[in-house]
Design a protein around this ligand. Structure first.
Ligand SMILES: Nc1ncnc2c1ncn2[C@@H]1O[C@H](COP(=O)(O)OP(=O)(O)OP(=O)(O)O)[C@@H](O)[C@H]1O
Length: 387
């Protein structure tokens, strides 16, 4: 049963009734007030080891300890031998998680000197995460590993020819890629990760494309198990990116537990004020359910940009202002929608006035839980038809 908290406010009901009354008699749609469904949140954080165990039979001796939290494909990639390696996989498949463990594994198990490792991340939070997790895995030895973000490193002196790890290669500026790789042979020790579909740049992500030319013998590995988002969000994100994907035919397998009612909430707002009211109501309800403010990302005119949100992952992502004007059917908007949905751990919402972005029409409508003033097919008397 829906909680009374999600009933529409009295003034919204009045607006709804006014609209219904003013509806033209031959119109096919009327709007019906639907209360917000109760947010479906996970209570359990998956245990990487238990969840991956059935697939790891026979592999449990490989990198025991350091690689325990990896699934089978991640473990194969993390423990690969020397030489160039490219992990091409979608958001939430654990590319960064894997890169960190590969670095630790090479240092601790294969004897690669820590001071010869250079790990580069696209952003400050990304570099901080890598530093923190390497510290937890390697202890004091981690301090000898250079971890930097692209922007800082671009200004620094060229590195020694050690093992190079690049997280989020599609975002690397081409000049930095050249600076780092021009003097390296085709069999150099370079591990890079990335999803070309997530690059918000216009045109091909140049450094990602150049990796294959610079290192033609690189092993390219794909990861299909998604450890971040629920199935409904993954399917919707795949349907949005599919027409323009740079990696056609990519498989995505959800690993997060499926929850009842865990579709994508779609709020049909009456106007801008109503949309703001919805976001505030949602924020209050999530707070009551124990969702911390930094676990709830509002993306839109009054919230984060997609690029800013792309640095993190959130239990709840709410995309506001998803209108035809602001989210037209363009490759850039499509990519942004794919990236934004991909930040979700538990629940995603989209909200808009009017009928919404045409990109939403590419998503299987059964994946949405519509609420607010939802258009309904009018079941009035049939119109006479010409024979
Ligand atoms: N094998 C695993 N078992 C359980 N959780 C995992 C596993 N691998 C990764 N995760 C978790 O899944 C989430 C996504 O991982 P991560 O951020 O490394 O993915 P990513 O592919 O780098 O994502 P993005 O491209 O969006 O930055 C994180 O919360 C991470 O802790």
């Amino acid at each position: 049963m829906a909680s009374p908290l999600f009933e529409l406010s009295a003034d919204m009901r009045t607006t709804a009734e006014r609209r219904r009354r003013s509806h033209r008699p031959h119109s096919r749609y009327v709007r019906e007030a639907v209360p917000m469904p109760e947010p479906a949140l996970t209570t359990r954080t998956p245990d990487p080891w238990l969840d991956s165990a059935p697939l790891l039979t026979g592999m449990d001796e490989v990198g025991a300890g350091l690689l325990d939290s990896l699934d089978a494909m991640q473990r194969v990639a993390a423990s690969a031998g020397r030489g160039p390696l490219l992990i091409n996989a979608s958001p939430g498949t654990g590319k960064t998680h894997l890169l960190i463990r590969r670095t630790a594994y090479l240092v601790q198990e294969l004897g690669v000197p820590a001071r010869q490792c250079l790990v580069l991340a696209a952003s400050t939070p990304g570099a901080a995460r890598i530093r923190r997790e390497l510290g937890a895995l390697l202890g004091r030895e981690a301090a000898a590993i250079t971890v930097a973000e692209f922007d800082d490193f671009a200004a620094a002196a060229p590195p020694e020819l050690g093992h190079l790890f690049i997280d989020d290669l599609p975002r690397m500026p081409m000049r930095l890629f050249r600076q780092l790789t021009d003097h390296r042979g085709p069999e150099s020790d370079v591990t890079a990760t990335g999803d070309p579909d997530s690059a918000l740049c216009t045109g091909e992500p140049a450094a990602f494309a150049a990796f294959g030319e610079q290192f033609p013998q690189a092993h390219v590995m794909r990861l299909s198990r998604n450890h971040r988002s629920p199935a409904a969000v993954l399917v919707a994100a795949s349907q949005v990116i599919e027409p323009i994907s740079r990696v056609p035919g990519r498989l995505v397998q959800p690993e997060r537990p499926a929850l009842e009612g865990s579709g994508i909430g779609r709020y049909f707002a009456v106007d801008a004020d109503d949309e703001k009211h919805f976001v505030a109501t949602l924020a209050d309800r999530l707070a009551e359910l124990g969702v911390e403010p930094d676990e709830f990302a509002v993306i839109g005119p009054d919230g984060l940009s997609v690029a800013a949100a792309a640095e993190g992952e959130y239990r709840v992502v709410c995309l506001t202002g998803v209108t035809a004007e602001d989210w037209p059917n363009t490759a850039a908007a499509r990519r942004e929608l794919y990236v934004a949905l991909g930040r979700t751990r538990d629940l995603a919402y989209v909200s808009h006035t009017g009928s919404g972005s045409p990109l939403l029409a590419d998503v299987d409508q059964g994946l949405f839980s519509p609420f607010g003033m939802v258009p309904q097919l009018h079941s009035g008397p049939e119109q006479p038809r010409l024979l």
